[in-house]
Design a protein around this ligand. Structure first.
Ligand SMILES: [Mn+2]
Length: 344
């Protein structure tokens, strides 16, 4: 293991073993607008905990995306918003936040994370402040899944057992592949590749993960993306590219929510573009989501934070909830005006 991870990985593994020895179940908590990393880290860790003989579930803030069905994790998932939360006593379970450190980003599951007496946190979002012996946040790590892998490696060493399965290996790989854009973003480092190689050895299938999360497409999703690409707007002499995706667009093409996930990177990769902005109406129309990507100098994390969101320096986002009078165009204009000040 890379030495930079060793101390934190050992500490986290000890905390996990201590919590497991209480016999209480683990509930993994993840952020809303679920993505490959939060699902990968949550489900991968839950699978490992079950291999240790501990009860473990992932509390889902929303439905699993179609493109993640290949991970075959349905048996790990609980849906508190739909079915209620199984533990009424805040001391009855260990709440394990992965890829997210605060209840306010966990949608309907947030209250069950916030109220828990026993908490563990693994995250790579540094815009959120959380501290303590039970917390491991590393903004340099590619993904929460990469950090989880190194914690599991220590768990294997301490217990003397093989804890990874092909399923958990695929889950952690799904997180790494998602957050590194298939090992192409600058957050891909030696530790990322080392973890991926060891996950491959444990039965993970990198090409399968990449195919399912990136290449595979529904015809309806392809049609929506083609339409949106034809309507991209450019500002600041081509330094900013903006795409607006309306609920009516999703409906018109009968496309899935994840159809447009590739657009932020596609726009950012255009020569001359420093910042890409993708704004979409949520499927329930009660909120608006904005995703931001930058190429070399625009600080997306700070920018998103000024709108109540968070993330990383080159990739971040925010969600405006409970929209009453604001439309997607109002929010787009605010983002364009503020970003123009920085990009001019
Ligand atoms: Mn992540």
């Amino acid at each position: 293991m890379k030495s930079k991870y060793l101390a934190n990985a050992s500490r986290m593994a000890e905390n996990i073993l201590k919590a497991a020895s209480s016999g209480k179940p683990f509930v993994m908590f993840i952020h809303r607008s679920v993505d490959g990393d939060c699902i990968g880290a949550g489900c991968g860790m839950a699978d490992v905990l079950r291999k240790m003989g501990v009860k473990a579930y992932v509390a889902m803030p929303e439905e699993l995306l179609d493109i993640m069905e290949f991970l075959k994790v349905e048996d790990l998932l609980i849906y508190p918003g739909r079915d209620g939360f199984p533990y009424s006593d805040p001391g009855e379970y260990t709440a394990f936040g992965v890829d997210c450190s605060v209840g306010s980003r966990m949608g309907v599951c947030g209250e069950f994370f916030d109220r828990a007496e026993n908490k563990l946190i693994i995250d790579h979002h540094v815009t959120v402040e959380a501290d303590g012996d039970n917390v491991w946040i590393d903004g340099d790590a590619s993904s929460a899944s990469e950090i989880c892998f190194y914690a599991v490696q220590e768990l294997e060493r301490m217990t003397g057992k093989d804890l990874l399965t092909p399923r958990s290996a695929n889950c952690f790989l799904a997180g790494i592949v998602t957050d590194t854009g298939r090992f192409t973003y600058t957050n891909t480092r030696p530790e990322t590749l080392e973890a991926s190689g060891l996950l491959f050895d444990a039965g993970g299938n990198i090409s399968d993960v990449c195919y399912n999360l990136y290449d595979r497409k529904k015809r309806t999703d392809f049609d929506l993306v083609t339409y949106i690409r034809g309507k991209v707007e450019f500002y600041c002499s081509g330094k900013m590219a903006v795409a607006r995706v309306r609920l009516a667009d999703f409906e018109r093409f009968n496309a899935t929510v994840s159809a447009i996930d590739e657009i932020p990177s596609i726009l950012r990769d255009i020569d001359g573009v420093e910042l890409s902005v993708v704004i979409r109406e949520h499927l329930k129309k009660d909120s608006i989501r904005c995703n931001l990507r930058s190429k070399s100098y625009f600080d997306c994390a700070t920018f998103a934070k000024s709108f109540g969101g968070g993330g990383h320096i080159r990739s971040s986002g925010f969600t405006k909830s409970d929209i009453v009078n604001e439309t997607i165009d109002d929010i787009a204009e605010q983002v364009i005006a503020r970003a123009s000040e920085i990009l001019k």
